[in-house]
Design a protein around this ligand. Structure first.
Ligand code: IMP
Ligand code: MG
Length: 178
């Protein structure tokens, strides 16, 4: 594709791994129903594919959080733009996230959700940029460890674009405006 400098994860690679994660989650939870909490908007593609491979009963809920601004670096200052519809009290919550970078966004979210007294709270992220981590986050399921580059596709955006591609790629430098 012309806008891609490099394709990091092909559609087949992603789908294979997502299936494995679904199987792993199914084994771990057994018959326990899971409340999948998708972090909008980046986690959306991952949620829909992952959920197809989860055997125990699941419900979906969505939370929108946004770091201030559109920069390619996380500011750590986050706010809830759309809250969950239902209470998670007493439920087994699995957060479904696109990518963990500094960890600042997720630390905020974990603290926030903990206060709502779920029975358990685990994290599933498609991508993990571990070398950029600023705060320690207990991640239970990781799709892929990725290098410290700005990635787009399969839910990940640059200025809201490129979320719809079925693969993850690095944009050519001329497509970045800052
Ligand atoms: P963190 O707070 O630094 O962990 O950033 C987490 C959020 O920043 C993710 O949920 C993404 O929305 C966004 N983000 C981090 N790295 C990337 C990237 O490489 N491409 C697109 N978005 C990213
Ligand atoms: Mg995100």
């Amino acid at each position: 594709m012309e806008i891609a400098k490099r394709i990091l994860l092909s559609e087949a690679t992603i789908q294979q791994r997502v299936q494995e994660l679904g199987q792993e989650i199914s084994r771990d939870y057994g018959d326990t129903s899971i409340c999948l909490v998708c972090i909008l908007k980046g986690g959306l593609m991952f949620l829909t594919d992952l959920a197809k491979h989860i055997v125990p009963p699941v419900t979906f809920d969505f939370i929108g959080i946004s770091s201030y601004g559109h920069a390619t670096q996380s500011s750590g200052v986050v706010r809830i733009t759309k809250d969950l519809e239902d209470s998670i009290e007493g439920k087994h919550v699995l957060i479904v996230e696109d990518i963990i970078d500094s960890g600042l966004t997720l630390r905020y979210l974990i603290n926030n959700l903990h206060d709502r007294r779920p029975a358990s709270l685990r994290i599933c992220t498609l991508l993990d940029k571990r070398e950029n981590r600023k705060v320690d986050i207990p991640v239970d399921y990781v799709g892929f460890s990725v290098p410290n580059e700005f990635l787009v596709g399969y839910g990940l955006d640059y200025k809201e674009y490129y979320r719809n591609t079925p693969f993850v790629f690095v944009l050519k430098p001329e497509y970045y405006e800052d």
